[in-house]
Design a protein around this ligand. Structure first.
Ligand SMILES: C[S@@+](CC[C@H](N)C(=O)[O-])C[C@H]1O[C@@H](n2cnc3c(N)ncnc32)[C@H](O)[C@@H]1O
Length: 275
């Protein structure tokens, strides 16, 4: 497979970054208004994240930096990495305006070891990150190399079970692969996952699913010790549109409106590099 997908995905993400930063969903303004504000995503993580004070942290696929800033505000020393320069422009602007000392690096996640040139106590990633990577094994190899002995991976991600589904006529249809596949799923459209009035370009995206067994196998194969694995009935975007409604207890989260216990919508995995 050529690396054309990278250029195409970069163009798609670049074209969405400003609209995301201006959206009520990311609510960037709240970080300006309130110096203690953290994102709903990181707030959801808190019970599993633990104390990150003083941890050297790499945030892979950091997008416009709202979660990166949140980790910084919790006391971590964070470097964000992303493929999309327009996303990083928004992330740098947010850090500057809020006076946060955060470094940002533009690179493909697969090149993170060379691009960052450092090792970390914590690698944090997720929420629509690994679907942009063709091989979960290569990703786990990178994560394992980025971690110091004793360092920890924290990933909360959309569940591959959710990724198989498509809303059709008021029902969820089993449409997409569950297991990792060689050829990407190619989607074309002028839509995005936030509410926006901006006219977006219709650009293709290239995505890959990775099954839970494949994710766990990859992490174990690269020497990490799994410390926790939790499945959640919600995800922080309205993935199945009208079939989902806001979670009653978790701001910014969506779950099935009808019998949400039927669907694992996201998962959190933590794993440690033996020290
Ligand atoms: C949905 S966002 C990540 C989610 C982030 N948690 C958020 O919502 O702010 C996906 C990000 O992955 C980045 N990305 C996609 N492919 C990448 C790659 N190969 N290497 C690094 N970043 C990549 C995109 O540029 C985008 O900023």
């Amino acid at each position: 497979m050529t690396d054309d997908y990278l250029a195409l995905n970069r163009a798609m993400w670049d074209s969405r970054a400003a609209a995301h930063a201006g959206s009520v969903d990311y609510d960037v303004e709240r970080f300006h208004r309130d110096p203690a504000a953290i994102s709903d995503v990181v707030r959801f993580d808190l019970p599993r994240l633990g104390d990150v004070t003083g941890l050297d942290t790499a945030h892979l696929q950091c997008h416009i930096g709202t979660d990166t800033l949140s980790l910084h505000r919790l006391g971590a020393r964070v470097t964000g990495l992303d493929l999309s320069p327009a996303s990083l422009e928004q992330a740098r602007r947010l850090a500057t305006v809020t006076g946060a000392d955060i470094s940002y690096v533009e690179a493909d996640a697969y090149d993170a070891v060379a691009a960052l040139g450092a090792t970390y106590d914590l690698v944090y990633t997720g929420i629509g990150a690994i679907i942009w990577l063709p091989s979960i094994d290569r990703w786990a190899e990178v994560v394992a190399e980025l971690l110091r002995p004793g360092g920890r991976l924290f990933i909360r991600e959309g569940h591959p079970m959710l990724g198989t589904l498509e809303p059709v006529d008021g029902r969820a249809e089993l449409t997409y692969p569950y297991f990792e596949h060689e050829d990407p799923l190619v989607f074309d459209g002028d839509e995005t996952y936030v509410d926006t009035d901006e006219q977006l370009e219709s650009l293709p995206s290239h995505e890959w699913q990775h099954g839970i067994g494949e994710i766990l196998t990859a992490v174990l194969r690269h020497g990490l010790v799994v410390e926790s694995f939790t499945e959640h009935d919600s995800v922080p975007w309205r993935a199945l549109q009208e079939l989902m409604e806001p979670h009653p207890d978790h701001p910014g989260e969506f779950r099935l409106a009808d019998r949400p216990e039927r669907l694992a919508a996201s998962f959190t995995l933590t794993a440690r590099k033996p020290g």
